[in-house]
Design a protein around this ligand. Structure first.
Ligand SMILES: [Zn+2]
Length: 208
């Protein structure tokens, strides 16, 4: 079992491409959304839920949470929670802090589990703004796909981003190849539940 996770969205165009791939291969994933990206993308988030995907928080404005005052931290997280709750009907259960930044002090202020990752595909390095030939883009794509495929193990959490076409293309390939190898692609909550590992508020997790 493995959990694919997507940060920074939703972005209708690119997130939809990933959802199409998940639907095609009957796979699930977790989307750590930014609160500021919720408005206008409600139907994208509703589709995530209808496919069985998990929707949680990546904060509101993608700041370094470790650098915020307690008041600013709560303001940011509350804004994201409220934006997401309007669509998903409940407060998001998990937090993926921007940049994966965390500290003892940050964790002590949180009442949700922090989900990090065990495999960083580095997909964001090759974002759509990189100037390159189609050949080089394909090579970059294979690099990202192979990073996920080579390192995957039972309980892995894979980090990707759903705001680039490059990432969406790589994700589609990863989803197809992992399912072909009979990996079960599940949500973060499903992964930890299946392993019997409780997710506790104020603790951080890299894999199950
Ligand atoms: Zn991010």
């Amino acid at each position: 079992m493995v959990a694919l996770t997507f940060d920074d969205g939703p972005r209708r165009s690119t997130t939809t491409e990933i959802l199409d791939a998940l639907e095609k291969y009957h796979a699930n994933a977790t989307f750590f959304c930014l609160g500021i990206h919720v408005e206008g993308n409600e139907s994208v988030i509703e589709r995530m839920l209808s496919l069985g995907c998990e929707v949680s928080s990546h904060s509101n404005e993608h700041k370094y949470l470790t650098q915020l005052s307690p008041a600013a931290l709560q303001k940011d997280l509350t804004a994201a929670n409220e934006a997401l709750a309007k669509v998903i009907g409940q407060r998001p259960a998990l937090l993926r802090p921007p940049f994966g930044s965390k500290s003892t002090s940050l964790l002590a202020q949180l009442d949700v589990p922090v989900i990090l990752w065990s495999i960083d595909t580095q997909d964001w390095v090759y974002h759509d703004g990189v100037q390159r030939s189609d050949y080089q883009r394909q090579k970059d794509l294979e690099k990202v796909v192979n990073e996920a495929l080579d390192l995957v193990e039972d309980g892995s959490i894979i980090l990707m981003h759903d705001v680039f076409f490059f990432s969406a293309d790589a994700a589609a390939e990863i989803i197809q190849r992992l399912t072909a190898q009979e990996w079960q692609l599940v949500t973060v909550s499903e992964l930890f539940a299946a392993k019997g590992i409780p997710l506790e508020p104020g603790k951080s997790y890299y894999h199950a």
